[in-house]
Design a protein around this ligand. Structure first.
Ligand code: CU
Length: 149
């Protein structure tokens, strides 16, 4: 018996190693990505479908490095500001413009029809708000939520 186990052990170990990538691949569609997932991308559209909308796709990402690509498809200039805050996107203190406490980064001077600009940041788990902070734009509804899981 002892001899048999010694012969089988390396074979069993090799099978376990060979099987593990299959297990990971099989659950990849349903499970959230690992916290170390590299190069996640979020596309943010400003100015469409109406002028004062701002829409991220997807609306939630896993913690880690995230590249946000923002394009203005409206008629007016806009900007994209990313803030980490527990407040809902519509509940930020604003007096014409939003207090940018918790600022992670921003893309300024997004001109209508211009090429998208990119912002890469390492995001920790939490709640974030994406908004346009040109005077009056936040009040017109130009804000949305981004969840980092
Ligand atoms: Cu704007």
């Amino acid at each position: 018996m002892r001899t048999t186990y010694r012969r089988l052990l390396p074979i069993v170990a090799a099978m376990a190693i060979a099987a593990s990538p299959l297990v990971l691949a099989a659950c990849g569609d349903d499970e959230p990505a690992a916290a170390t997932a590299p190069g996640q991308a979020v596309d943010v559209i400003l100015g469409s479908p109406s002028e004062f909308t701002i829409t991220p796709s997807p609306g939630s990402v896993a913690a880690g490095e995230v590249t946000i690509s923002a394009a203005n498809r409206g008629a007016f200039p806009h900007e994209m500001v990313l803030i980490r805050t527990d407040a809902a996107s519509g509940d930020l203190a604003a007096n014409g413009e939003v207090d940018e406490t918790g600022l992670v980064g921003e893309l300024e001077d997004l001109e209508p029809g211009a090429a998208a600009k990119e912002l890469t940041a390492t995001l920790e788990t939490g709640h974030y708000v994406i908004l346009c902070n040109l005077p009056g734009h936040y009040a017109k509804g130009m804000h949305t939520d981004l969840t980092v899981e």
